[in-house]
Design a protein around this ligand. Structure first.
Ligand code: PLP
Length: 382
């Protein structure tokens, strides 16, 4: 629960942000320290060692937990480190069900690395509730989804999937990286854990690697903190400060990402050489109604299928959109998922999900949409 009744924009700026008590510094100081002086053995001021506690990290965690309407925020050194820690709460002998069309690194962690630790994983298309129900086993402890998915922008029904997870005694984790808390709050829809690669929209400036989990359940949050403390994937104080600085403008940036994403998607739908545009904000998107029900905006992620070898040409000719493996920054980027982010996914699954070399993924930034559309138009060779 948020600790104030303020509206979202106000919470972006203020949540977790008390002036520093000694000097009154308005910006949370970067506590670049590995340890803290004790008053006596076993007698500390709440801070003992940096793997356990850091005030800059706590400020960022409090801010993001508030934006996700969650009681606990737990920050990690990367998005994947956060999922690894969550997965470790599923002990050997347990089972995970995961959306198939997830970030390539998530697929590798769940489908290839967890089995080595005795945790089995089944991947399914989570748009298909009956398929998810069939995949759930008595040992299933975790259902993990992305919505919208990376890179196909498929939308899954969070409330319905939370019900399926709970009927089976499992928890639901939603990777909310693509939507951001501006556009979607999975905990409000029944999810148990929200995960973010804070590397993306939360930070928003392409200058940090970080992850975060948000949960309401006290026991689960405590288990995750113990797991993090005992395995060590903590973000440094400077990185936490950069996430916090980014989060303060999240609402303003996302408003522009949403507007630009919509405009670029609408332009591409009419452009020559474009075979399909995947964007949940388009009425042509197969789950547009569901997206409109559970999201407040549709973000800046658009994927596009092009004719023949047009994808390779587009990537070469674009000037503003940078060819890079990331997303969610103020600058527009383009990627070719089949070789850049989803190469870990077996070919059969990639083909089934439509991740082929004619598919490009755009992260539409906060530049002037007219310049972005002009760049796409020239690169498409119209
Ligand atoms: C980038 C990304 C991740 C992995 O996060 P890192 O911070 O790179 O470890 C997980 N999920 C999604 C949707 C992502 O885009």
């Amino acid at each position: 629960m948020p600790d104030t009744p303020h509206r979202f924009a106000t919470r972006c700026v203020h949540a977790g942000q008390e002036p520093e008590p000694v000097t009154g510094a308005v910006s949370a100081p970067i506590f670049q320290t590995s340890t803290y002086v004790l008053e006596a053995p076993g007698q500390d001021k709440g801070y003992e060692y940096a793997r356990l506690h850091n005030p800059t990290r706590e400020a960022a965690e409090a801010n993001i937990a508030d934006l996700e309407n969650g009681g606990h925020g737990i920050a990690f050194s990367s998005g994947l480190a956060s999922l690894d820690c969550l997965a470790k709460t599923v002990a050997a002998g347990g089972h995970v069900v995961s959306e198939s069309n997830v970030y390539g690194g998530t697929y590798k962690l769940f489908a290839e690395l967890l089995p080595r630790a005795g945790i089995q994983c089944t991947v399914v298309d989570c748009q298909d509730l009956a398929a998810v129900r069939r995949a759930m086993l008595p040992e299933t402890k975790l259902l993990h989804i992305e919505t919208p998915t990376n890179p196909m922008l498929r939308v899954a029904d969070v409330a319905a999937l939370a019900a399926v997870a709970h009927e089976n005694g499992a928890i639901l984790c939603v990777d909310n990286t693509f939507a951001s808390p501006v556009n979607q709050n999975p905990l409000d829809l029944g999810a148990d854990v929200v995960m973010h690669s804070a590397t993306k929209y939360l930070n928003g400036h392409s200058d940090v690697l970080a992850g975060v989990l948000v949960a309401n359940d006290d026991a689960l949050a405590e288990e995750l903190r113990v797991m993090r403390k005992s395995t060590g994937p903590v973000p440094g104080p400077m990185d936490c400060w950069l996430v916090l600085r980014g989060a303060k403008t999240l609402h303003v940036r996302m408003q522009r990402h949403n507007e630009n994403g919509q405009r670029v998607a609408e332009f591409l739908e009419t452009a020559a050489g474009v075979r399909a545009v995947h964007y949940p904000g388009l009425p042509s998107h197969p789950q547009h109604e569901l997206a409109a029900r559970q999201m407040r905006g549709f973000s800046g992620m658009v994927s596009v299928r092009l004719d023949g070898d047009a994808a390779a040409r587009l990537v070469q000719r674009l000037r503003l959109f940078k060819l890079a493996t990331s997303l969610g920054g103020v600058e527009s980027m383009i990627s070719v998922p089949v070789v850049m982010t989803h190469d870990a996914i077996p070919e059969e699954l990639r083909l089934r999900d439509g991740i082929t070399d004619d598919l490009v993924r755009l992260s539409v930034g906060i530049e002037d949409a007219r310049d972005l559309i002009a760049d796409l138009r020239q690169a498409l060779g119209a």
